[in-house]
Ligand binder design. Structure first.
Ligand code: NAD
Length: 445
């Protein structure tokens, strides 16, 4: 098949490359010249494991091209995939300006029947607006389909090539069969439905996963007070097939480019039809509060944070990505700076992206994880990169001025803490906390 993918971000680039890998002829389009120039030279503008090799292989095979010429790409393709961003507006609604603009550009370029597939996450009713925009600007026949994306950054190629399911929303059955042909090599779990249901499936899925995270974080907060271990609680819950073990990891809450904006957008979608989504509002509130636990815990351990040097390991919202959109690290670092701390921060790949958004005289970005902790008064681990998890805590203690460790992702074990004198705090595991005043739960006293 001949495909054009509009937008070469985390979704568009990975999808385009994977569809080329599956034997399709793919043209990836972006409006940012330097992104396309990089891609043409074999450089990858984002960090995603395995992506560079796959781009090189498929370019060599002649199945993958990059361009800023949207019009040419549309004219040479049968299926056009929209994968541009839908960031949050200040009121929480999805900003559809990129989708609407691309719809118009596609319409003006069309030279015959096309299937236009929206992969961007868009509110219910958006694909009908896309249909209307195209109809307004083109005389040619077309169909619009909603095929939402479920990949996870950090394992995006694996997820794209091994999806749990493919959702295809169409308003005209004519588009159904080519889209099933395009996707059936990936999975048999293909849900064909109408446009609105497909749009809703994406939001409902993300809202449900966010709910699981906030749920286990609330359980972790109770665990700390009653003397239970949330990791064991989650393990015990997760074996129940009705519950499942994924997304039951207590920590400092979710971040990234999807859950925060998609939960807010769904609250807005519900609000527009006079429905108050109380459960999801609480999920969002719990998630926001959870980020500040790192700060409040440090405050309870240290007499004062002002003037102290706090090391931060991890700036990306999750490991194996350079994406810092809505990363918890922003609010945590900003709070510590407001309290007068000096921050030394390190991330294996996300530092440059983070530094574009947060500059402060008391914030130093370090080039190694060792630099960050050297002579620091405390370390906060915010992203569970493997190199942090595997670092010897005995060595870590020897490098720090004071052995205070806040483990925001519950990565360190009792064995790793043995023979150290860390004042240690993790999330919902009170029996592991060492030297923390609240080690003995109130209920047991
Ligand atoms: P992104 O911001 O990384 O990439 C969007 C790209 O679109 C940018 O490179 C931008 O330059 C390009 N673009 C914008 N307007 C354009 C135009 N008129 N012509 C050509 N290119 C244009 O976004 P992303 O993370 O890839 O997300 C894209 C969509 O997919 C969003 O709706 C998001 O919610 C959804 N999604 C994202 C993920 C994820 O993990 N990132 C997962 C599932 C779904």
């Amino acid at each position: 098949m001949k495909l054009a993918v509009i937008g070469t971000g985390y979704v568009g680039l990975v999808s385009g490359v994977c569809f080329a890998h599956l034997g399709n002829e793919v043209i990836c389009v972006d409006k940012i010249d330097h992104k396309i120039a990089m891609l043409e030279q074999g450089e990858v503008p984002i960090y995603e494991p395995g992506l560079k090799q796959l781009i090189t292989d498929n370019k060599r095979e002649g199945r993958l091209r990059f361009t800023t010429d949207l019009s040419g790409a549309v004219q040479q393709s049968n299926i056009i995939i929209i994968a541009v961003g839908t960031p949050s507006l200040p009121n929480g609604e999805a900003d559809l300006s990129y989708v609407n603009q691309v719809a118009e550009e596609i319409a003006l370029a069309m030279n015959g029947y096309k299937i236009i597939v929206t992969k961007s996450t868009v509110p219910v009713g958006t694909n009908e607006k896309v249909e209307a925009i195209i109809k307004q600007h083109s005389m040619h026949e077309f169909d619009v389909a909603s095929v939402p994306e479920f990949l996870r950054e950090g394992s995006a190629i694996h997820d794209t090539l091994n999806p749990d399911r493919i959702v295809i929303g169409v308003s005209n059955p004519r588009a159904q069969s080519p889209l099933i042909t395009m996707h059936h090599v990936l999975t048999n779990n293909i849900v064909v439905t109408d446009l609105r249901s497909a749009e809703m499936i994406k939001y409902a899925s993300n809202a449900f996963l966010a709910t699981k995270i906030s749920f286990i974080n609330e359980i972790s907060n109770i665990c700390e007070k009653v003397g239970a271990d949330v990791t064991k609680v989650a393990e015990g819950m997760g074996y129940d097939k009705r519950i499942g073990s994924s997304f039951l990891k207590a920590g400092i809450g979710y971040g990234g480019s999807c859950f925060p904006k998609d939960t807010q957008a769904l609250i807005q979608i519900a609000g527009h039809v006079d429905y108050e989504f109380k459960l999801l509002k609480s999920v969002v509130d719990v998630n926001r509060d959870q980020r500040y636990k790192v700060v409040s815990k440090l405050q309870s351990i240290m007499d004062s944070i002002s003037g102290k040097t706090i090391a931060i390991w991890g700036l990306a919202f999750k490991p194996e990505t350079d994406d810092v959109r809505d990363a918890p690290a922003f609010e945590i670092i900003q709070s510590l700076l407001d309290l007068g701390a000096r921050i030394k921060a390190y991330d294996p790949v996300a530092t440059a992206n983070f530094a574009k958004q947060l500059i402060h005289p008391n914030l130093q970005y370090c080039s190694t994880m060792e630099d960050a902790v050297h002579q620091s008064d405390a370390l906060c681990l915010l992203t569970e990169w493997r190199q942090f998890v595997e670092f010897s805590l005995i060595q870590l203690e020897s490098m720090m001025k004071q052995p205070i460790l806040i483990d925001g992702r519950n990565v360190f074990s009792e064995e790793q803490l043995a023979n150290t004198s860390f004042t240690y705090y993790s999330i919902g595991r009170p029996s592991l906390n060492q030297g923390v005043r609240e080690r003995y739960p109130a209920l047991l006293l």
